[in-house]
Ligand binder design. Structure first.
Ligand code: NAI
Length: 421
């Protein structure tokens, strides 16, 4: 596909996303004149597809010089990248299907722009900057991190004494993880799994590895589609939650024997290993929704297999010596972003996630003098502001506390509680 045609489809995707991201429209309207990011270079590292594009446009409309790069080798879309690179104030370095080495080069190119602020996914650019460009640490005002793995990684940087700037844990805000991780990952992981395989969920034994936010979304939406769901966990309270929510909980070694479809969402490595694959049924399908492609041991699977072949676009079949076949989707990469049909999360949910990144960035910059190096919680007021904006765009009104209700909530004396005005 030539570049012009490429950019044309990219623009079409951006138009569609923009039409379904009303919170971003409201942010552009509100901050176009105020230009809170004027004079600043903001580097965004994420899955570069249409919703991310609308976010980048919104940062540029609020005055930022925006530079972007991909957070994962398989999740960016070249036509969207081409369309974004045609826009004023936005420059980027991302490509679909690059090697890990090429991804590092693209990150280095983005860092050449010497960002004042990084809005990151999985702490990819943050870690790269700390490694490759320590000279830029001094000028960096901070980082806003949007995913679970990234927050975990930035906390590891703190423990290692490597974090020299404030980082907002945007993933931990209710407006992000209670919607993006649960509903966004839940819906998009399953729809892409179904489109990539063209298989039915109803009646299937689905094994969900990890019952955190993403796992909860995947498990319950799979059950709503008629699947029988088993959860594997390592954390006792999460396992109990799955049990009391009516799901089966089993160790991986047992789940391996019954599953038709397996989806990992743990943010951990080697969750499905060769010892599990050896026990699987013929035709078992393996997919991953966690950030890194290390949750399923693809090398272990390759070592077990006597033959391997491309079964369909995005599906590789590994034939074991006894003839059983196990199917691995998208090389174990994020199924909702790297599958052939993948478009990532639905636009409405990314509207919230990126609005949180936007408002957290604005808050961090305004308060940067007071924020010490380390991981910070995004203030609840910022989260509530985005929630109110979202409700407004949905046309949903809610009640307000009466003065009497507020006094009741603030009281502790029995008399005030029972007889207060
Ligand atoms: P979380 O921390 O809420 O949940 C992870 C769960 O996995 C925890 O309950 C943990 O106990 C469990 N776990 C860890 N090791 C395990 C093992 N060996 N076996 C079974 N369970 C294990 O994390 P969250 O928010 O659910 O995110 C999970 C991953 O998904 C992260 O890598 C995150 O970055 C990624 N993510 C992917 C998205 C996508 O678009 N596909 C969107 C949002 C997050």
């Amino acid at each position: 596909m030539d570049t012009a045609r490429n950019a044309e489809t990219g623009h079409q995707k951006l138009d569609w996303a923009r039409a379904h991201m009303p919170v971003h429209a409201a942010l552009r309207e509100r901050f176009r004149d105020q230009r809170p990011f004027a004079g600043l270079t903001i580097a965004v590292c994420s899955h570069i597809e249409a919703k991310t594009g609308v976010f980048l446009e919104t940062l540029a409309a609020a005055g930022a010089e925006v530079v972007f790069t991909g957070s994962e080798p398989g999740s960016s879309q070249d036509d969207v990248v081409a369309a974004l690179n045609e826009q004023a104030g936005v420059t980027g370095y991302a490509r679909r299907g690059v090697s890990e080495g090429r991804l590092a080069e693209l990150h280095a190119q983005a860092l050449e722009h010497e960002p004042d602020l990084i809005l990151d996914d999985a702490a990819e650019l943050t870690a790269r900057l700390a490694h490759l460009r320590p000279d830029l640490l001094e000028g960096l005002h901070g980082v806003c991190e949007q995913t679970t793995t990234g927050v975990q990684r930035i906390r590891a940087m703190v423990a290692d004494g490597a974090l020299r700037f404030p980082a907002y844990a945007v993933n931990q805000t209710p407006m992000k993880h209670e919607f993006d991780n649960i509903h966004g990952t839940g819906e998009s992981a399953l729809t892409n799994l179904m489109l990539t395989t063209n298989l039915l969920l109803a009646g299937k034994q689905v094994v969900v590895c990890g019952y955190g936010d993403c796992g909860v979304g995947i498990a319950h939406k799979a059950r709503a589609w008629g699947a029988q769901v088993t959860v594997t966990e390592v954390e006792p309270r999460r396992a109990l939650r799955a049990h009391m929510n009516g799901l089966a909980v089993r160790p991986m070694a047992e789940a391996a024997e019954i599953g038709d479809l397996f989806i990992t969402a743990t943010g951990n490595r080697q969750v499905i290993r060769a010892e599990h694959m050896e026990r699987m049924r013929d035709g078992a399908v393996l997919a991953n929704a966690g950030h890194f492609n290390v949750e399923i041991d693809a090398e272990g699977l390759a070592a077990l297999a006597a033959h391997r072949r491309e079964a369909r676009d995005g599906v590789e079949a590994f034939q074991l010596p006894d003839g059983r076949e196990i199917y691995l989707l998208c090389e174990g990469r994020l199924v909702n972003l790297a599958a052939p049909t993948a478009m990532g999360h639905p636009a409405e949910v990314m509207d919230q996630t990126f609005a949180m990144q936007f408002m957290a960035a604005r808050h961090l910059l305004a308060h940067r003098e007071a924020l010490a190096a380390g991981v910070h919680v995004v203030p609840d007021t910022v989260d509530e502001e985005v929630a109110s904006l979202k409700l407004e765009t949905l046309g949903i009104a809610i009640d307000a506390l009466t003065e009497g209700q507020q006094r009741f909530l603030d009281a502790w004396r029995t008399d005030d509680l029972l007889h207060g005005a």
